[in-house]
Design a protein around this ligand. Structure first.
Ligand SMILES: NC(=O)c1ccc[n+]([C@@H]2O[C@H](COP(=O)([O-])OP(=O)(O)OC[C@H]3O[C@@H](n4cnc5c(N)ncnc54)[C@H](OP(=O)(O)O)[C@@H]3O)[C@@H](O)[C@H]2O)c1
Length: 304
């Protein structure tokens, strides 16, 4: 990654688990190798993703721990807080390790009520890209997702003008790779006709499986699928079948949910969020769990 203030990077030492031993191994986003086990920074901001965290030191510690254990993929947005998570990432990790890839998204801003108004006009997108470069202190953004739809989910409609704007910014060298988020399958196809995409970031988890067909199609195309709310987001996953598999495996339900996602398809990359280093370690330790055919069948039933 190209950083402002020179290209010096910390070779942060990795403790214990390393990139090659994190569950799921690695995936290549264009020319960037990332661990399939990544980290989602959204919930490091204050309640409902507004304002600063209650425990700033704890938030910085989680980010440093994520990199120390070998995670090389962090998901963020300048809309989180707003500006809060990008600034936490910069404070915790800049100058960034060579191996770390920060993925951000544009297409929405925040209002004073905590809403997520759409901001997809060309001038909005250019401003958001420059804001992300500034707040993360980077010269080039490794991967930018165009966020579509709204808080209720994907909405049909052409993304052409917005995605062409990002493709131009990529041509200008401000963005290395592009993706789409909260997108319909048709919008994914439309984006692929404008510029190469390396990932789709949509809501998906054990209980929310609308994208099953899209995941399989993207796997064939070599495009990553990055589920947001992998653990249920603001309403954590709860199911008796999940609890039963967890109890039988002597693992936590969250670990089982992550292990299932890694097993679901090789192009799935995880960005679970947590504000706790204990949960981060627990999730990494458990996501490598092997699930029996019977477990998989029981878990599959949750989303049907
Ligand atoms: N593209 C989009 O439109 C979009 C939308 C939403 C999110 N995202 C991205 O997706 C990422 C993941 O989403 P998310 O963080 O909202 O939801 P999530 O990963 O599904 O769940 C996070 C929640 O799970 C809890 N948790 C994590 N590990 C746990 C454990 N071992 N035991 C108990 N609770 C545990 C966390 O609480 P603790 O803090 O207590 O651990 C947190 O409340 C975000 O960080 C963001 O980067 C993208």
């Amino acid at each position: 990654m190209l950083m402002q203030g020179g290209s010096r990077r910390h070779p942060r030492t990795t403790k214990g688990t390393t990139m090659s031993t994190l569950p799921g191994g690695t995936w290549t986003l264009g020319d960037l190798t990332v661990t399939r086990f990544g980290y989602g920074a959204m919930q490091l901001a204050g309640p409902w993703v507004m304002g600063p965290p209650a425990d700033r030191g704890g938030a910085l510690a989680v980010l440093r721990e994520a990199v120390d254990v070998g995670i090389t993929h962090i998901d963020t947005s300048d809309a989180y807080g707003p500006r809060v998570t990008n600034e936490l990432i910069r404070e915790a990790l800049h100058p960034y390790p060579e191996s770390l890839h920060i993925v951000t998204k544009v297409g929405a801003t925040r209002d004073h009520q905590g809403g997520w108004p759409t901001a997809r006009r060309p001038e909005d997108l250019r401003r958001q890209v420059h804001d992300n470069l500034k707040s993360l202190r980077l010269d080039v953004l490794d991967l930018v997702n165009l966020r579509l739809g709204d808080a209720e989910g994907p909405r049909p409609g052409s993304l052409a003008e917005a995605f062409e704007t990002l493709a131009e910014l990529r041509q200008q060298g401000l963005i290395r790779h592009l993706g789409v988020s909260n997108a319909t399958a048709e919008q994914v196809t439309e984006a692929q006709g404008i510029a190469p995409i390396v990932c789709v970031q949509n809501m998906y988890n054990l209980a929310h499986r609308h994208d099953d067909d899209l995941i399989d199609r993207l796997a064939t195309d070599g495009v990553a699928y990055v589920p947001f709310f992998p653990l249920g987001g603001f309403t954590p996953l709860q199911s008796s079948a999940l609890s039963a598999v967890a109890a039988r495996s002597e693992a936590t339900p969250m670990s089982v949910a992550l292990a299932w996602l890694l097993r679901r398809s090789p192009n799935i990359l995880l960005i679970p969020g947590t504000s706790s280093t204990a949960h981060l370690r627990e999730n990494i330790a458990g996501a490598g769990l092997s699930l029996s055919h019977e477990d998989l069948a029981n878990l599959d039933d949750i989303g049907r």
